[in-house]
Design a binder for this molecule. Structure first.
Ligand SMILES: [Zn+2]
Length: 340
C-alpha cells in the first residue's frame, strides 16, 4: 500500500512525513496542525484520517466507504469538535465528551480520530482535562489539534504533541493554483485582473482564504477595507488629526472584523517598513512602491516600529475580549502619536 496526499497542495515535507508514518503504522497519537485560517489545516486532518482508515491500496482513495464517510463528516471513527457558533471558547464539557468517547474501541479499523478545530480556544480547564487524556492516551486514539497559534496552548499540551506548520504559498503559486483549479477565479482573472490580484494578496498565502474571498459579499468587504486602510494611512501622513480620527468610525465595532482590519493595517506597515529599509520584498498591501513613498514621507523607522507594536498590542487585547470601541479609539490615538 502507499499513501499520497494528492488533494493537498504544497506542504511536501509534512505530506511525506505523514505518508511514511501511516505506511509504517507509526502515526503519532497527538498532532498539532498549526496555520492561518484557510491554510488547509482541517482538510489535511481529514486526509490524514482518510489515509489511515482507507481500505484501498492507494490511500486516501476518496471512493471507499471509509473515505466517503470521512469527507462527508459521518464516519463513526472520526469525530470533529468545533467552537460552538455562539461561544468564544471550547468548554471542559466538550473535552469530557471526547474523554467518554475515547474509551471505546474503533468501529471500523484500528484507530479512531478526534479532530479539535480552534484548539487554542479551549479554556484552561478544558486544556487541563485534555492533558489528562494525552498523558495516558488509549492506544487506538489519535488526536489532531488545529490551531492558529500554538503559543495559546499550554506548554504541557504542546510537549505531548508533534507540531506541523502549514506552509504558505507565495502569490504567484497561489494565483496559478487557483486560476487553474477554479473556473470562477480564472474568469475573474481574465475580466478584472486587478480585482483578482487583490484577492490573492489579501489571502496571505492561503488557498481557503482565496475561495472565501471569491464570495461576492466578502470581496466587496475586502475592497472597502482596502479603501479604509489606505485612507487611514493617507490621513496619518498629513497634519490634520481630526480628519485622521474620523476614520475610527470606519473601523468595524465587531471583534472579528476589527481583527481583520488590524491584519490589513499591519500588512500595510510591513510594506512601508520593507521599502524604507530598502528590502526587496513582495508587497502585501500596496499596489506600488510610489504609493508607499508618497504616504510614508514623514514616517521614520522607529515610528513604523512603534506602530507595528501598537497593532500587535491591539490584536492581543482584542483576543482577550477588551472593549472593541475603546480599542479603536486607543489604536487611532496611539498610531497618531507614533508619527506626530
Ligand atoms: Zn479510501
Amino acid at each position: 500500500m502507499s499513501v499520497s496526499f494528492k488533494k493537498i497542495y504544497g506542504n511536501e515535507l509534512s505530506k511525506s512525513l505523514f505518508a511514511e508514518n501511516i505506511e509504517n503504522n507509526k502515526l503519532p497519537h497527538a498532532i498539532i496542525l498549526e496555520g492561518d485560517r484557510g491554510s488547509g489545516r482541517y482538510s489535511f486532518a481529514l486526509n490524514i484520517a482518510a489515509a489511515t482508515l482507507c481500505t484501498a491500496l492507494e490511500k486516501p482513495c476518496d471512493r471507499c466507504k471509509n473515505c466517503r464517510q470521512i469527507f462527508e463528516g459521518v464516519a463513526p471513527d472520526v469525530t470533529t469538535v468545533s467552537l460552538p457558533e455562539d461561544k468564544s471558547t471550547i468548554s471542559v464539557d466538550a473535552v469530557r465528551f471526547i474523554k467518554n468517547g475515547a474509551q471505546s474501541v474503533p468501529v471500523e479499523g484500528d484507530l479512531k480520530f478526534y479532530i479539535i478545530r480552534d484548539a487554542d480556544k479551549m479554556t484552561v480547564q478544558a486544556q487541563n482535562a485534555l492533558l489528562k487524556i494525552l498523558e495516558e492516551p488509549p492506544s487506538f486514539v489519535v488526536f489532531i489539534l488545529i490551531s492558529e497559534n500554538v503559543n495559546l496552548l499550554l506548554s504541557t499540551i504542546r510537549s505531548r504533541c508533534c507540531t506541523f506548520r502549514m506552509q504558505k504559498l507565495d502569490d504567484a503559486e497561489l494565483a496559478e493554483y487557483i486560476s487553474s483549479t477554479y473556473p470562477k477565479a480564472a474568469g475573474l482573472q481574465k475580466s478584472d485582473e486587478s480585482a483578482f490580484n487583490r484577492i490573492i494578496k489579501t489571502a496571505n498565502g492561503c488557498i481557503g482564504s482565496v475561495l472565501d474571498n471569491l464570495d461576492k459579499r466578502r470581496f466587496t468587504k475586502i475592497c472597502d477595507e482596502y479603501t479604509v486602510v489606505k485612507g487611514i494611512l493617507e490621513a496619518l501622513s498629513k497634519s490634520d488629526k481630526s480628519d485622521f480620527m474620523r476614520y475610527e468610525d470606519e473601523l468595524s465595532a465587531k471583534r472579528e472584523d476589527l481583527k481583520e482590519s488590524l491584519f490589513t493595517i499591519r500588512s500595510a506597515f510591513r510594506d512601508i517598513l520593507a521599502v524604507k529599509k530598502g528590502v526587496s520584498a513582495e508587497l502585501i498591501f500596496f499596489d506600488s512602491v510610489d504609493d508607499i513613498k508618497r504616504i510614508s514621507k514623514n514616517f521614520t523607522l522607529s515610528s513604523i516600529a512603534f506602530a507595528l507594536d501598537v497593532i500587535e498590542q491591539t490584536l492581543n487585547s482584542n483576543e482577550q475580549n477588551a472593549n472593541v470601541n475603546l480599542l479603536k479609539i486607543n489604536l487611532m490615538n496611539a498610531l497618531w502619536k507614533c508619527v506626530h
